[in-house]
Design a protein around this ligand. Structure first.
Ligand code: PGA
Length: 250
């Protein structure tokens, strides 16, 4: 049985004081959940989140890192630096990074390798644009992204991975994918992993749906066989809505 994984992606929001307040209010509300709850905070909040999360059941995540171990990469942050501050998960390949910062699936593969070496779990995002969806290219785009992003990873690594299927047209738009589409695409992700590795790896990998997940629609996604959690942007920024999302997950 795969454990459900609910991750909040705060993107470029929240100052350290907001982070501390959020965690102090939120942590007691989800202390009994059986799900894995993750907060992916901005770099500047990591130190504060790490300390405030101490003794809670919430996991700390970051939103990006560099694929190299160390060196002359001005402005960058390494996996080891994140690990030294209690980070357990890092989002890679988010569509905003693919679109605005030219992150490719080859970068994702290098980042994933580096994260596993630092004992951090990658949350790999894949998903198609609206034009690709309209052109019926979803399966092709998603399976290619998976294949290229997993290049060089072992089955043991992939079985520990979290993959977030996020149709780009659903991110931050309020236009979430209907439940049949979300399940079909998450199943496709699992089948792609199976074709690249084996059944056991595909059964172990956890697959999230992301894109305008809200308290009023999360239940139906979580009832799907191949959806093991959600990656949540906007609705993770408020204590009440993020708590409702965790509670509604069965
Ligand atoms: P959203 O963002 O929930 O605001 O649509 C999801 C994401 O970017 O991961």
């Amino acid at each position: 049985m795969r454990k459900k994984v609910i991750a909040g992606n705060w993107k470029m929001n929240m100052l350290p004081g907001d982070t501390i307040n959020f965690i102090e209010q939120f942590a007691p509300l989800v202390k009994d959940t059986e799900h894995e709850v993750i907060l992916c905070v901005p770099y500047t909040d990591i130190f504060y989140a790490w300390h405030t999360l101490e003794g809670t059941n919430i996991h700390l995540g970051a939103q990006n890192m560099h694929w190299e171990e160390k060196g002359a990469y001005t402005g960058e942050i390494s996996a080891e630096m994140l690990k030294s501050m209690g980070v357990e998960y890092v989002i890679i390949g988010h569509s905003e990074r693919r679109e605005y910062y030219a992150e490719t699936s080859a970068h994702c593969a290098a980042k994933a390798k580096r994260l596993f070496a630092a004992d951090i779990t990658p949350i790999l995002c894949v998903g198609e644009t609206e034009a690709e969806y309209d052109a019926g290219k979803t399966a092709e785009v998603v399976s290619t992204e998976i294949k290229e992003s997993l290049e060089g990873l072992t089955s043991d690594e992939v079985s520990r991975l979290v993959i977030a299927y996020e149709p780009i047209w659903a991110i931050g738009t309020g236009k979430s994918a209907d439940v049949e589409t979300a399940e079909k695409c998450c199943k496709l992700v699992r089948e792609t992993v199976k074709s690249l590795y084996d059944e056991a790896t595909a059964e172990a990998v956890r697959i999230q749906y992301g894109g305008s997940v809200k308290p009023n629609n999360i239940k139906e996604y979580m009832a799907c066989e191949d959806i093991d959690g959600a990656l949540i942007g906007g609705a993770s920024l408020k204590v009440d809505s993020f708590k409702e999302l965790v509670d509604a997950t069965k």
